[in-house]
Design a protein. Sequence first.
Length: 283
Amino acid sequence: MSDADCVSQFSCAGYRPDLNFPKVMGVLNVTPDSFSDAGQFYSLDEALERALVMEADGAAIIDVGGESTRPGATPVSVDEELGRVIPVIEAIRKESLIPISIDTSKPEVMEAAIIAGANIINDVRALQAHGALDVVAQLQVPVCLMHMQGMPGTMQIQPKYHSVVDEIRFFFQQRMMACINAGILRENIIIDPGFGFGKTLKHNIKLLKNLSVFLDFDVPILVGVSRKSMLGMLLDAPIEKRLHGGIALAVLAVWQGASIIRTHDVKETFDAIHVCNAVKQSS
Ligand code: PT1
């Protein structure tokens, strides 16, 4: 199996999905302070159990993250992050062949996670950390490049764009070029506009409405909107009441060509994008 197959089909670890079918990426936070499921999956057994339930519910990928990147979050050390994610990745890999992505910006964590059994890098900083491009070029695994304006601690303080869609398109051009120059295969690249990362409600809505613009790059598009504050603002609802709104946004994303939906609510999202896709694929 070539690296290209591994990416375009997400067939890492023996998984062979239908290429025309959008995938659910289930969120597995292993941070004590995460905004959703706070601390809930912090023990190893609970994290593993949660991953297996998400797999049974239809997740095609489990996204393991040990650094919170929600608005206002503070950075963690390499050792702290390694200590959170590596045992969880090893435990999942012992029980399941499901593709695992590692949600990190640190090259040391990327490498250790892949060695521990992860298959995909998910980087909200789009490999801008020192050494990250080279590590991913070496590892030859799929990588999601996400757009963020600013850094999590301060990114929601007056985000500003001349044109949010054009600026993010330019960002992807630059980062994809940096990746390819570093030796990362184009077939290994996934892009994500980064909903809620240095964006106002208006920016987020405009981005979602224009999501299909990013199909021009001819690489898979990943979208993460589940439980985010854009839903809170639209619905005037706390985190636990954002499910139905999040489903609507996921459907709008898939309708416009998103390939992967990152969500906490796997079963609900799987069903919604399944029926959405049936209509989308009809002649
Ligand atoms: C995402 C994403 C991510 N989101 C990718 N990785 C988070 N590829 C973590 C809010 O506005 O969208 N894509 N990893 C979680 N980050 C946030 C950001 C959580 C904003 C909440 C908000 O509430």
